[in-house]
Design a protein around this ligand. Sequence first.
Ligand code: FES
Length: 354
Amino acid sequence: MLNMGGPSTVPETHDFLKNLFSDGDLIPLPFQSLLAPWIARRRTPQIEKQYEEIGGGSPILHYTKLQGERMAALLDELSPATAPHKAYIAFRYARPLTDETAKQMKADGVKRAVAFTQYPQYSCSTTGSSLNELYRRGKTGEVGDGVEWSVIDRWGTHPGFIEAVSQNIERALAKFPEEKRKNVVLLFSAHSLPMSVVNRGDPYILEVSATVSAVMDRLGHSNPYRLVWQSQVGPSAWMGMQTGEALKGLARLGHKEAILVPIAFTSDHIETLYELDLEYAKEAKDHGMDVQRAESLNDSPVFIRAIADLAASHLKDCGSGKSGPTSVQMGLRCPGCNNATCGAQKTWFARGGR
Ligand code: FES
């Protein structure tokens, strides 16, 4: 289960930030090995404070473990031919990091593995970075020799995922008085991307939009909605409109009710618990709006069933030869990609990790 991860405790914040700013697939920086520790040191006190305010760390490891254990148990029932199944977590910036997980998989003697991204929509900054790291570890035999690999690289319109998100929106809508419900604006919020990434042809914006469309179809287009973008950092141009600005704009236009819907992550993290709940929702309330947040997927049984179904279909289709080790779409590099690792990684996974 590939994801970015987050510091489980406040003292882990610095290492998390250092790993994040050291990732050239995410943020290519000049003199990265020197600049990354410097930026991490500078940002640590502020981010530590935010993790303190959300209860002393990120819950992402807790929820990913829970989702993985329950998914593996369901998979044993859904796909007995490939049982027993075991979920490993490989985070990109927090423990357990990919190298740690690789050692564990090798010690366990794993021979068949599925790289299952936990980012529903594909971006080269997120899933792509995790796959590049896994490729670097895999090709040197750190995960073990002769491991057969396949990849679940995107699943932003899977019906079970759409259902789980929709049910959480319906629960949030039910908190509004019935006579106001149909006027509630649904603000789908996803992590933004620098325009330099969007403009090299990254598929993320399209895929997040497809998720939002599928959720609105499932909800019968019951409410007005927008897709907005959060967590921009630094002075360069990023995908907009920004979530906080959108809320202020809606308030200015006379809207009184809104629901914030996290749409691109599978559990709570600092961007939901701090940014959406403590910053934006509070600010919107100061502007006279009643803002609720749709819950993150966390321990949703509908969601966990969805990822088990996804993995079962993947194993079946790979096993029968109906599909290859990766999706067709994964084979296509961004037209503006200059990162040689992306090309090598895609070839390696397309050959089943050989
Ligand atoms: Fe998208 Fe390399 S940046 S394939």
